[in-house]
Design a protein around this ligand. Structure first.
Ligand SMILES: [Zn+2]
Length: 257
């Protein structure tokens, strides 16, 4: 797997070598710029591909769990859809993980508390879920994640350990902030694209084809379509005789400190 730090060293050494060649043999300067260009492309692509683990170690699935699957919901709690999700999960005796936005947790503390009371698990999904987070300094990211931790402490009386990056975006500043706050970053192995224009039928048929035991599935408790997809997913899980567990159970890690 490609990693940011070693690649940076390789790029630097290559540029130094090419600069020497440029000075001695007068080759085109484009040769010196070429590795820098490739490196910038890698940074941009790596920022958006959580499964690359380019900037920070992230957990995406656990292949050893042959009868389990972890369903995760981002961006809640939502006053309309989180109760519907909770109802469905209860009906199917399924557990799940909710990566909540800190600000929304403070807006709907009863929902966040209900999530925990019903045996599910809650993780940090930033305080503000700001679209520009990828451009923030390390200090600003850290403050935002810390604010979400405080929200969790106030509403749940727990210190959350699990973190899912907003928009799936990672970079060196986000990596350093999570390290500083000792958060474990959680990715996914199956993204449903439930917030895009894809139809429920298309999402469900893709799930049916690709889903494997040990997967972490990414959904959002923010729309009627996602609730409908969840219902089909729970039926799929039942048919396969799998168990829907929390991310911490799937990965055998602590959800809180
Ligand atoms: Zn999100």
């Amino acid at each position: 797997m490609l990693k940011h730090q070693p690649i940076r060293i390789v790029v630097m050494l290559t540029v130094i070598a090419l600069l020497t060649v440029f000075l001695v043999w007068n080759i085109s300067f484009y040769w010196v710029l070429f590795p820098v260009f490739l490196w910038l492309v890698l940074i941009v692509v790596g920022s958006f591909h959580v499964r690359w683990n380019y900037f920070l170690p992230m957990l995406h699935r656990n292949a050893e769990k042959v009868n389990s699957i972890a369903i995760s919901f981002d961006d809640g709690p939502h006053p309309e859809f989180t109760p519907k999700v909770l109802q469905l999960l209860k009906q199917h005796q399924a557990q799940a993980t909710f990566f909540c936005i800190g600000e929304k947790m403070l807006d709907y503390p009863d929902l966040a508390q209900q999530i925990i009371a019903e045996g599910h698990c809650i993780g940090n999904h930033t305080y503000s879920h700001d679209r520009t987070i990828g451009f923030w300094t390390k200090v600003k990211v850290e403050r935002d994640l810390e604010k979400a931790l405080v929200a969790g402490q106030v509403v749940l009386g727990k210190k959350m350990r699990l973190f899912r990056p907003a928009f799936g975006v990672t970079n060196p500043n986000i990596a350093k902030a999570t390290q500083q706050l000792q958060l474990q970053t959680i990715g996914w192995s199956h993204r449903t694209y439930d917030t895009t224009k894809r139809s429920k039928e298309r999402i469900v048929s893709r799930l049916e084809k690709r889903i494997r035991a040990g997967d972490i599935v990414l959904l959002h408790d923010t729309s009627e379509k996602s609730v409908a997809v969840l219902e089909q997913l729970l039926l799929m899980i039942k048919k396969k005789n799998w168990k829907a567990v929390t991310v911490s159970q799937l990965l055998d890690i602590k959800a809180y400190d």
